[in-house]
Ligand binder design. Sequence first.
Ligand code: DMJ
Length: 666
Amino acid sequence: MFHIVINSCCARTPEHCAYDFTVGWAGDMNPPSRTDFVSLTLTGQESGIYNNSKQWRRQSCWRKWKLLSRLQRNLILFTVALMLVCGIATNPSVTEHFRGLAVVAKEEGDHALKPVIHEVQPELDKLNRPLVPESPSEKQKRAAHKRGPPGLQNRLQKKGNVSDTQVEGEKTLVNWRVAMIDQATERRTAKEAANKVDVSEVEQEGHSHKEPEVDRLEAVRDAFRHAWKGYKEFAWGKDELRPMSKSYGEWFGLGLTLIDALDTMWILNLKKEFEEAKTWVSTELSFDKDVDVNLFESTIRILGGLLSTYHLTGDTLFLDKAKDIGTRLMPAFNTPSKIPYSDVNIGKGTAHPPRWTSDSTVAEVTSIQLEFRELSRLTQDTRYQAAVDEVMQKVHKLEGKQDGLVPMFINTNSGQFTHLGMFTLGARADSYYEYLLKQWIQGGKKETALLEDYLQALEGVKKNLLKKSSPNRLTFVGELSHGRFSPKMDHLVCFLPGTLALGAHHGLPAEHMELAKQLMETCYQMYAQMETGLSPEIVHFNMHEGSIGDVDVKLADRHNLLRPETVESLFYLYRFTKDRKYRDWGWEILQNFNKYTKVSTGGYTSINNVRDPEYPNPRDKMESFFLGETLKYFYLLFSDDPELLSLDKYVFNTEAHPLPIWPTAQ
Ligand code: DMJ
């Protein structure tokens, strides 16, 4: 539908007249908020002096224009505008531009204080050329594709995808402008899915002798191998793979992906890959580097990864390395308040807050405890645990909480919360709540202050943040800003169903499990209601009666970073309930990762737009947590062995690295 607005601003004399001619396009392909405008401004000034200059000719045209009737003028303007709009709509470079605008490249960390990643070889421009030229019919199909949230649906019942229809031959690579999908793999996994459903059905009737989940486990191992292939070939020993440009990005310069993935390889029994990585750790990894690292990120990914690998393998190489990095991170606690700085130079032994603030985020300073406490236990050096316990004790006593909910920032000088009045279970606060429960479990359920804070916080969530969406009454966790509720929920919040279920398993009220199940359904719907079947980073829930769909996604929030939280929670929910639907939901999500984020030359990529299956718009980055967490949780979800990292013996840190529940404490 066209919106045409003609504004004439001839307020004083016709000679000083400007016509503002505005055409708005609000086609139903786009969400209502997206309106592109073309403005045409005609101005004129009469001098009354004859000459044949360009200026005079312009004025002469202007006089003729003025002799036309208003109707004639409007008709001409309308025609010109129509031509302009048609030109724009059919010009691929312009539509590309608007598509690009629709996805604001929001370079977010989970916490505001994440350092900038130094990108290497940003060659996306080159890669934007299609690898297989689009046929006109494909172009038409793309143009005709309608977006907008479908009704509640279970994608298990919806086989097939737009991309499926684009397969032209056995070996055809479908591209969505940049990324490539290996169709052979896609077809194989689809076949496996079909087989799987059959097997389950037969099994329910008690006739099957087949191992039910073997194909799914193998599919996870395949996915890992594929991710590893890209990392090994293009980013070996670097922090992160950039799979589209076949290059890498450095953040800390410490082989982040390799270390994060060590225990996953061990758990998935990928021995060859593990041995290669171990050799790199023993021969190449050095923490004696003049480099600034983020305390939280390096603790959960590097210290956590090394400690869990030590536990799984018994190889002291990993404990030695853990002790080395743990010790180098300790200067972060040398602050006036003992609330640690966000950044540490592990070579120089100095620490500092970010340039623009002396705050740290609350999640960062309260989600390093499992790792430092375990390091103390293993090394018998109490300094690590003393430092992180002190942080918890201080936060426990702080003013500024609301019903157990904590603000998002804390000042390293004063030790007080800052930015009071804002509460979320998403970015900057999420793992505070997770680590309250997990420290309590790690230490043998003796540290009652941790449990009290956890239980109180859950009451705070129920009282202030828990609401139901419309029309389908999905339970969700929103945010609070100075008393005002916002129905915004980060994908990060999807750790909560798993944490609630874990608490219930360890003896907390059964109603926690009920809430876990409700929130699990919501997190699943955050995937199922998207056109790609992959969740965006942030959703907004509708609460007004009569809303058409439950979920809205803002243009800037449509990216998917291969995050683990929903798969993590599915794993916990399946372990504790044995309800097969959680596995089926996970299987569906894995297939969609394969469909929309797998890069044929190796690796998986974050994408910019989960609402456009034909142009998900890859971001050219494989986060280390895809290997460290997402694939590990997929594997554990599909495994039938409850003793594979028993939740009575291990507690997972917030980066999915399993650490033992302290034996003496049980
Ligand atoms: C991971 O680094 C951790 O899970 C962290 O707690 C949250 N963000 C990412 C994954 O999304």
